[in-house]
Design a protein around this ligand. Structure first.
Ligand code: ATP
Length: 274
């Protein structure tokens, strides 16, 4: 097989947060690739820097307090760290989209789902789409994320929807720009197990349909097992191990990865290594 091209190359990234003159280092020298078409899972304990890594790719961290001390984040060969706000607007939310754990706070509470989606779709189209056409597109996107009663949902406010439905809406909104890269930061953590499984299946289906690349952040190795092609393991801002899913699950080399795997139910090992 020919080598797969990286879509994102994080190279020697250094990041600190500076508050009242005191600097806290998050990454000293972080490097990893996200290869085109893969689901890369980033795992690690709370505070290991997973969300901050994704937000760096999306350039969502306000500077200050965030300060990049070294390195590059190449996306399709372009260094995201050097882009100005106008250039970033062409990438953020368009070529790269993100879904978060907490869909309720990501959605605007005072507008209906339909209004929010129409505004977003028109924004992507530089207002060249009419509201009516955008509403039709919103409904089509909601159907893509397997919402059945789309005519009702577009009239509802975020608080009227279940957690799983809100997450589907957020995924639909993320898809509205046909992104090349989806950053999914613990998107199923707040959901119960059945809904979690449905959302994971949905993300994998959409990834195939849209030909997307996915960075999937989770602390749950059960989720990794279900979605990952490759895995990177983070500990205190350091990438301690990376490999294919089967390498990580069957031949972990770092003690921290072994410790994470040790806390998992046996069923996953038996499935990978019957
Ligand atoms: N805006 C910020 N200002 C200062 N420190 C921050 C900021 N955002 C994150 N941090 C710090 O960066 C470190 C990494 O946080 P991050 O949210 O990336 O961890 P995580 O691995 O995603 O954990 P979790 O699973 O709990 O979300 C933490 O020590 C956190 O306190």
């Amino acid at each position: 097989m020919p080598p797969v091209k990286p879509l994102v190359e994080v190279r020697n990234l250094g990041l600190q947060f500076v508050k009242r003159g005191a600097a806290t280092t998050i990454f000293e020298d972080l490097s990893f690739d996200i290869r085109e078409g893969e689901v890369l899972c980033m795992v690690g304990e709370s505070g290991s820097g997973k969300s901050v890594a994704a937000k760096s790719i999306m350039r969502l961290l306000p500077q200050p307090p965030a300060e990049y001390t070294q390195g590059r984040i190449l996306f399709g060969g372009q260094d995201l760290l050097t882009l100005n706000e106008k250039q970033l607007c062409e990438v953020r939310g368009k070529k790269i989209a993100m879904v978060f754990q907490d869909a309720l706070s990501a959605l605007n509470p005072v507008y209906t789902i339909g209004t929010q989606m129409v505004d977003l779709i028109r924004l992507h189209a530089d207002k060249k789409t009419s509201r009516k056409a955008a509403l039709n597109e919103a409904k089509a996107l909601l159907k893509q994320v397997e919402i059945r009663n789309v005519d009702d949902v577009v009239k509802q406010y975020p608080f009227q929807l279940s957690g799983g439905m809100r997450q589907r809406v957020m995924i639909a909104m993320a898809l509205s720009s046909r992104p090349q890269l989806l950053l999914a930061d613990e998107p199923t953590t707040a959901l119960d197990v059945t809904v979690q499984a449905q959302i994971l299946r949905l993300i994998l289906k959409l990834k195939r349909q849209y030909g997307m690349t996915v960075l999937f952040i989770t602390h749950d190795l059960g989720v990794v097992h279900q979605v990952a092609d490759r895995v990177i393991v983070m500990k205190q801002g350091v990438l301690v191990e990376e490999g294919t899913k089967s390498e990580i699950f069957t031949r972990p080399s770092h003690p921290y990865t072994k410790q994470l795997l040790g806390s998992m139910p046996r069923i996953y090992f038996e499935e990978v290594n019957p």
